[in-house]
Design a protein around this ligand. Structure first.
Ligand code: PMP
Length: 417
């Protein structure tokens, strides 16, 4: 029998025994600052008492009722509460369990509603690992390789990524929009294009924010050609970027919004939101699933929304994000291997490059491992895994930010000096 660590490959080697807020303890009771938050999921912190209480109470009432068979109170309440935070015109929802399923639901709805086969995605985007979602994922070949042939009908256009092109953001945006027009002219005519599918901030692709002019350009073309604008807020939603939705930074007006991760503090729950008019174009019975909108997950989501609101977590994300970014920039200023510190709110990436300006995943991984040894858990992202990302729970305190930044500084110094 192989070593467990080989069977279950993981980034940190930590076996979590319990967690509280931003802190995780392993089975030997060693304390870690968890700046991974289950890949941006446990935004209210580990085991927030109100989330725990809501879930525990719900477990004793009803666990599973299957909402297309029998409705349950947590779902009815959740739909109402989500109405307060969703764009006003997106008044209908469909629920599933994972981000990938929700992406597929958005794709299914887009194709059925428009009667068009193709989608256009943006290079560096991550949308999941199921066949359709992997087909729309261009943040790294590892998510696609060995899984072909993938789904047909996906075309890729550039994302406005200044760092990748080595251009100012204006130029990268001009290029991205003109290439989108070129794709519509040469690869997928508007009459064949159901949707644009885009992340407000490239997540797995390296923590690269989009911008207002790019989102305005997408909306303009969507309106002109009857193409749906699908915004994947799986990683950027629920306050992660310092606004409730990542797209709020850019005046995003989605036709379909996809959410998951931060929605239920770690219970599996995802969903799409769209207008009633659009949802009614879905073919009857084609969206569904056994476990979607599980009653315990919905109760946890309701408590999550309460905590986000009552504890001012969106504002905390913006403020602690600014504090963290400044501290990380100070470290980058002292180490030329870190060529960029970027992101929005508590979604911050550190880009590692070698002396020739090439992506440097080896140093990124070494620093990540060194930080873990020193008690700070981090993840990498980016096409080459050359970015070390910070995504703590939104409850993180000023002191925890300082502590993490100090560990980071020491880890970077230990590896690069
Ligand atoms: N979309 C985005 C933007 C994501 O970040 C992710 C997960 N990292 C997904 C979709 C897929 O979500 P899941 O892993 O829950 O299927």
């Amino acid at each position: 029998m192989a070593e467990l660590s080989q069977i279950l490959k993981q980034a940190t080697g930590v076996v979590a025994a319990r967690g509280e807020g931003v802190v995780l303890f392993d089975e030997d009771d060693r304390r870690y600052l968890d700046f991974t938050a289950g890949i941006g999921v446990t935004s209210t912190g580990h085991c927030h008492p109100r989330v725990v209480a809501a879930a525990q109470e719900q477990v004793g009432k009803i666990i599973h009722a299957q909402y297309t068979t029998v409705m349950h109170r947590p779902l009815l309440d959740l739909v109402e509460r989500l109405g307060d935070v969703l764009p006003r015109n997106l008044d209908r929802m469909f629920f599933a369990n994972s981000g990938s399923e929700a992406v597929e639901a958005a794709l299914r709805l887009s194709r059925q509603a428009t009667g068009r086969p193709n989608v256009i995605v943006f290079h560096g985007g991550f949308h999941g690992r199921t066949v359709a979602a992997a087909s729309m994922t261009t943040s790294g070949t590892k998510f696609r390789s060995g899984f072909s042939p993938l789904m047909a009908g996906v075309h890729v256009s550039p994302f406005p990524d200044p760092g990748h092109f080595g251009w100012p953001v204006e130029q990268a945006t001009d290029f991205a929009l003109s290439q989108l027009d070129y794709v519509l002219q040469t690869l997928s005519t508007p009459a064949d294009t159901a949707a644009f599918v885009v992340e407000p901030v490239l997540g797995e692709g390296g923590y690269v924010p989009a911008n207002e002019r790019f989102f305005a350009g997408l909306r303009e073309r969507a309106d002109e050609y009857g193409i749906l604008l699908v915004v994947d807020e799986v990683q950027t939603g629920f306050g992660r970027t310092g606004k409730f939705w990542g797209g709020d930074h850019f005046g995003s007006q989605p036709d379909i919004l996809i959410t998951a991760k931060g929605l239920a503090s770690g219970f599996p729950l995802s969903g799409i939101a769209a207008s009633s008019e659009l949802m009614e174009k879905a073919w009857p019975g084609s969206q569904g699933g056994t476990y979607g909108a599980n009653a315990v997950a919905c109760a946890a989501a309701l408590a999550t929304l309460d905590v986000i609101q009552d504890e001012g977590l969106v504002r905390n994300s913006a403020e602690r994000g600014a504090q963290l970014k400044q501290a990380l920039q100070l470290v980058a200023d002292k180490h030329e291997q870190i060529t960029d510190v970027r992101g929005l709110g508590l979604m911050i990436g550190n880009e590692f490059r070698d002396a020739d300006g090439r992506p440097d995943p080896i140093t990124a991984a070494a620093v990540q491992q060194e930080a873990a040894r020193r008690g700070l858990l981090l993840l990498t992202c980016g096409a080459w895994s050359q970015v070390v990302r910070f995504i703590p729970a939104l409850v993180v305190s000023p002191d925890e930010i300082d502590e993490a930044a100090n560990i980071w500084s020491d880890a970077v110094t230990a590896i690069t000096s």
